[in-house]
Design a protein around this ligand. Structure first.
Ligand code: AVJ
Length: 306
């Protein structure tokens, strides 16, 4: 039994606005479904970022001035990690992810493919603090790598705190390369978070399935649908599930009644402008070194300097 998951679910369902933290979306099945989202036509983020990154990799060695040790946050299947290692030849590569099985598998793949790189997986929830290994801490050039606009997933204030903590743990002179999705036409955003193949829907609903599997929650999946809305005030997509009719979720002997239309919030996906991101970084003590974007300005890759 996953006690941490159980206690967060009990806490989240007891709130007036029910909510569950986005990190619980990524069990084995959820991580697979997320990888499937990145291959849909509507989810433009992954392929747009990948195209921008090719340009970044050509110009980064000069900007860094030496072979870096890299710490990647939320490495997932490690596809971006492979490309980065090929392009930058880092001395060490640390991967931090909450999904342990996924992490171990990509760690194995990278170790085999790049025997000359010190590859290390760290299981951790980087919304809290994570201890970085010596291979990173003692390197002369240190660079954090946080692709995929995962930074947009934090609750309000969370991104700034994460950036502050990382600046403190990376130390002076370090860099942080961050991929962040940019504000754009609402219709494009709505399609990206409600793809026509229905993968995003399955991804969100998997959280309810996971509650049944891992903590014995009693609920009827057919009573719920996935939901994605654009919140222009806070410049973010808001995802969750909505009850289709009055229904009940029972967890650990506790009953949580939901009225028809009531929602459980699961994710925020913040979108930035170049200047809103720079402000956020500066509040956390980083300076913007460089920004790369695609020709439509849909996605930004920001290089920060401590
Ligand atoms: C992994 C947080 C970057 O916000 O775009 C995609 C997660 N959720 N579709 C995002 C997600 C539904 C994704 N991040």
């Amino acid at each position: 039994m996953n006690q941490q998951f159980l206690s967060e679910v009990l806490e989240g369902l007891a709130k007036p606005q029910k909510s569950l933290s986005a990190k619980w979306l990524y069990d084995e099945r959820g991580s697979e479904l997320f990888e499937a989202i990145t291959r849909t036509e509507d989810y433009y983020l992954t392929r747009t970022e990948a195209a921008v990154m090719e340009e970044v990799y050509q110009e980064l060695p000069e900007a860094l001035g030496g072979r870096p040790a890299v710490a990647e946050f939320g490495s997932g299947a490690g596809i971006k990690s492979q490309r980065l290692i090929e392009a930058l030849n880092p001395s060490a590569y640390v991967m931090i992810d909450v999904a342990e099985e996924f992490l171990r598998r990509s760690e194995d793949v990278l170790c085999e493919r790049f025997p000359h790189v010190d590859v290390q997986g760290v299981v951790g929830d980087f919304s809290g603090s994570v201890e970085l290994p010596a291979s990173f801490q003692t390197a002369e050039h240190r660079m954090g790598f946080f692709p995929g606009s995962t930074i947009g997933n934090f609750e309000s204030g969370g991104a700034q705190r994460f950036l502050e903590r990382s600046r403190e743990s990376f130390g002076p002179g370090s860099r942080f390369l961050i991929g962040a999705d940019l504000v754009k036409d609402e219709a494009v955003l709505l399609d990206a978070y409600d793809d026509s193949e229905g993968v995003t829907r399955q991804f969100t609903l998997n959280l309810l399935e996971r509650m049944k599997r891992e903590i014995g929650a009693e609920l009827d999946i057919a009573d719920f649908d996935a939901l994605s809305l654009w919140n222009p005030q806070d410049a973010r997509m808001e995802l969750g599930v909505a009850a289709l009719r009055d229904t009940v979720i029972t967890v650990d002997g506790r009953r949580f009644a939901l009225e028809a239309g009531e929602t459980i919030h699961t994710e925020n996906s913040h979108k930035y402008t170049p200047s809103s991101f720079e402000k956020l970084a500066e509040k956390a003590g980083w300076k913007l070194d460089r920004l790369w974007t695609d020709e439509k300005d849909w996605f930004g890759v920001f290089l920060l300097r401590a």
